[in-house]
Design a protein around this ligand. Sequence first.
Ligand code: SF4
Length: 98
Amino acid sequence: MRITRRWALGAMAFAPLAAFGAQEPGSQPACYDSDRLPLSQRSMRRSLGFKEVSDSETRRCSDCAFFTRTQGDCGTCQLLIGGPTNAASVCNSWAGKS
Ligand code: SF4
């Protein structure tokens, strides 16, 4: 993976959000506050058909080539320019790890 200045700045911007990692039993991990995402992140998620919780057992961010786990069930997505995501989320650009 090529780390660019833009990617690094994006990853740093979301690093504090990883602290939201606390999780209630049986609930979606709160890796970030979706209400506080920048407009650019919300727009990208909308265009990628992002779902907070995948309907599939096999197609999830945790199994996607673009996902990088940061802590627990939280991670970042290269297609979201380093934006935060949950291991259990998914979008239309899911690509299995080879
Ligand atoms: S490309 Fe989609 S499925 Fe893959 S990590 Fe990013 S948001 Fe998740």
